[in-house]
Design a protein around this ligand. Structure first.
Ligand code: HEC
Ligand code: HEC
Length: 296
């Protein structure tokens, strides 16, 4: 055989072996990190189950983004199939689903720590945005979830696909939210509900995972390149908006110029925020120093 062809053949063989080796390492690391366990030892919640607590839980469930993934009644569904990268399925968290055998504190650990009853991290569940939800609010969420009609919906499981594993190996795809959450046991209180900077900061925790820690905007971690960036929410971008413009953005998904905000921004869920909560968010975001959107 021609000696160049032989060399080419060898080169190809080396490349195939290298690719196989890379996938093997990625597979091993994803499984190893997924098997890691975390201890959650927050003070036990006092779960009140009266109508007021369940109504508060329902409001939180429907306005904080949970329904976008878990469905309007917590029955779960396929959220996004990213082909060779991953499949994101939010489970049925009604008493007929995965929460069937979970205690209230275990449900709270799932929400605020992304930790399962066996100590392993949940996949994809955006608990970094929920880690500071106050104890009374969390107890209300638990009371509501446990009072939901038991659904038998079985939406299947999330999957990490081969390309997702390789991306994880290179730090390009966050998979295990429990890794980045501080699990030090603590009690959490919420500021009083009012249109204040303090309460706005509390509600705005739910915007950080997408809009970034200083609200300066970013490409949402783990989303495909063609997904829109989450914009800058500091006065550097929203400085010319009025409180009404902001309300309309969250209630109707429209910018001041009338253009539509992409549905990936969970404005349909945030449209359920009360006027006070939206005004609090606005008061807080307006109080931030203007920060330039980071360059990519
Ligand atoms: C971006 C989508 C998304 C959002 C938003 C979301 N979740 Fe989840 N949640 C998930 C996924 C995915 C899982 C399952 C992860 C797994 O199977 O490892 C999950 C799991 C859970 C579990 C079950 C934990 C277990 O041990 O099986 C509970 C309870 C839960 N979520 C509650 C909530 C609540 C309450 C909210 C709102 C405050 C919320 N989730 C918002 C995606 C989401
Ligand atoms: C799941 C990710 C996600 C979360 C959570 C999220 N956003 Fe967004 N947001 C986006 C994306 C993506 C865009 C850009 C949409 C587009 O380009 O049409 C956006 C756009 C916006 C805009 C329009 C800005 C502009 O200049 O047009 C506002 C206002 C906004 N978000 C506010 C919020 C607030 C307030 C929160 C928290 C209560 C929040 N977002 C939480 C993803 C998110």
């Amino acid at each position: 055989m021609n000696k160049w062809l032989k060399r080419l053949g060898k080169l190809l063989a080396v490349m195939v072996l290298a690719a196989a080796g890379l996938v093997a390492v990625a597979w091993w690391k994803t499984d190893r990190d997924g098997a890691r366990t975390y201890v959650v030892n927050d003070p036990p919640l006092t779960i009140v189950r009266d109508a007021a607590a369940v109504a508060l839980g329902e409001h939180l469930f429907k306005s904080r983004g949970c329904t976008g993934c878990h469905g309007g009644n917590g029955e779960g569904h396929l959220v996004f199939d990213a082909g060779p990268v991953f499949k994101l399925v939010a489970p049925n968290i009604t008493p007929g689903g995965v929460a069937r055998t979970m205690s209230g504190d275990q449900i709270a650990a799932a929400i605020r720590h992304a930790v399962k009853p066996d100590g392993r991290s949940l996949l994809f569940m955006p608990s970094a945005d929920f880690k500071d939800i106050g104890d009374a609010d969390t107890a209300a969420l638990v009371a509501y979830l446990q009072a939901l009609p038991a659904s038998t919906n079985a939406p299947g499981n999330s999957e990490i696909r081969p390309l997702g594993r390789v991306m994880y190996l290179f730090g390009k795809l966050p998979l295990y939210p429990a890794q980045s959450i501080d699990h030090t046991p603590r009690a959490r209180s919420a500021p009083p509900v009012a249109a204040t900077v303090d309460y706005g900061r509390y509600v705005a925790q739910g915007c950080i995972g997408c809009h970034g820690g200083n609200f300066a905007g970013q490409h949402v971690p783990g989303t495909p390149p063609d997904f829109p960036d989450a914009q800058n929410l500091t006065p550097a971008n929203l400085g010319a908006w009025s409180n009404d413009d902001f309300r309309r953005a969250l209630r109707e998904g429209k910018r001041p110029d009338g253009s539509a905000i992409n549905d990936f921004m969970p404005w349909r869920e945030f449209s359920k925020l009360s006027d006070t909560e939206i005004d609090a968010l606005w008061t807080y975001l307006h109080s931030l120093p203007p920060v330039a959107t980071p360059k990519k």
